[in-house]
Write a protein that binds this ligand. Structure first.
Ligand SMILES: C[S@@+](CC[C@H](N)C(=O)[O-])C[C@H]1O[C@@H](n2cnc3c(N)ncnc32)[C@H](O)[C@@H]1O
Length: 299
């Protein structure tokens, strides 16, 4: 394992790895590097003894982001843009990953979410309304929209929503596809389900977003947080209640792409939901991370 001891070293090593030709080489290189305990402590120390729900904490986290990224966070960097949309649609996520075991995990997680939604909304007597936030390339949207659900898909990136439109062409009911931020979107009504799949960890205003989307729920509706980086209290990658993840893959996305890659310690995350008056349940399938979902129901 090669230890990285300073920001300067991190800024030198990450671009070097990026020049490697294949994904396999890159993955091997990320796995064989880690930031040192000293650098980890240097990053985590400013957050000790500060209320993690406070503005001060959030502002310090953004200062840390700017030090890593060498410029300020911008929504414009999230999601990014892609080239030919048809190429993405011809070889979509998760099949594009080329690993049958990983593809199986994704499909299991999609099935798990749809079943949880179906069980929860069984007695509604109408098509359940689902708001999918941070839909990316519509990998899950494809299955949601074919499952007799009335879906609104949202992403901040116009490239992503363009792909999502294509990915949901075979919908049972055509979804509304919206290009907007979590922060800027104004929910037009009462959703039975508001769903984040690997996207809540891009919410800087995580506390405020929980309150906002709790209020977008109909009575008895539920928030679902699926496959989010929620770690135990002691984790080398999230050494604070919430904040930037410190594994090499996340640091690469922060430093080189400008994506906000947050992680949450489990007690902080569950407490935050409970503070907002939500009843919380954790559901999983066979201990598979991608299938781990937190369901928060509006009482
Ligand atoms: C890791 S991807 C998850 C994609 C998708 N849920 C999936 O399962 O494939 C995170 C997505 O969140 C979107 N995103 C990031 N920040 C956002 C924000 N503030 N508002 C809306 N979308 C955002 C990104 O554009 C990206 O498509």
């Amino acid at each position: 394992m090669t230890e990285i001891n300073s920001f300067a070293e991190l800024h030198r090593v990450l671009p070097q790895i990026e020049t490697m030709k294949t994904d396999i080489e890159k993955r091997r290189a990320w796995r064989s590097h880690a930031i040192s305990q000293d650098l980890r402590d240097q990053i985590a120390t400013p957050f000790q003894n500060i209320d993690p729900a406070s503005d001060t904490y959030k502002e310090r986290m953004m200062e840390m982001f700017s030090m890593l990224r060498k410029k300020d966070y911008s929504f414009d960097d999230e999601g990014g843009s892609v080239g030919n949309v048809e190429n993405y649609l011809a070889n979509p996520i998760p099949y594009r990953f080329g690993d049958p075991a990983l593809i199986g995990e994704f499909l299991m997680s999609y099935g798990h979410i749809i079943k949880v939604i179906g069980d929860h909304t069984r007695n509604l007597g109408r098509m359940p309304r689902v708001l999918e936030l941070g839909c990316g390339q519509g990998a899950l949207s494809h299955f949601l929209t074919r499952s007799h659900l009335d879906v609104t898909c949202l992403d901040i990136s116009a490239s992503m929503t363009e792909i999502t439109r294509g990915a949901t062409r075979q919908a049972h009911k055509a979804p509304q596809v919206v290009t907007a931020s979590f922060e800027g979107f104004e929910p037009d009504g009462q959703y039975d389900v508001v769903l984040f799949y690997e996207s809540f960890h891009h919410c800087l205003n995580n506390n405020a977003m929980v309150a906002k989307y709790r209020d977008a729920l109909a009575h008895g509706g539920m928030l679902i947080f699926a496959a989010e980086p929620i770690v135990p209290t002691v984790s080398p990658f999230v050494p604070y209640p919430w904040g930037l993840r410190l594994d090499m893959v996340s640091l690469r996305a922060i430093v080189l792409k400008g994506w906000l890659e947050l992680g949450f310690q489990r007690p902080y995350f569950l407490q935050m939901l409970k503070r907002h008056g939500l009843a919380v349940e954790e559901l999983n399938v066979q201990g598979i991370h991608r299938c781990a979902i937190v369901v928060a129901t509006r009482a």
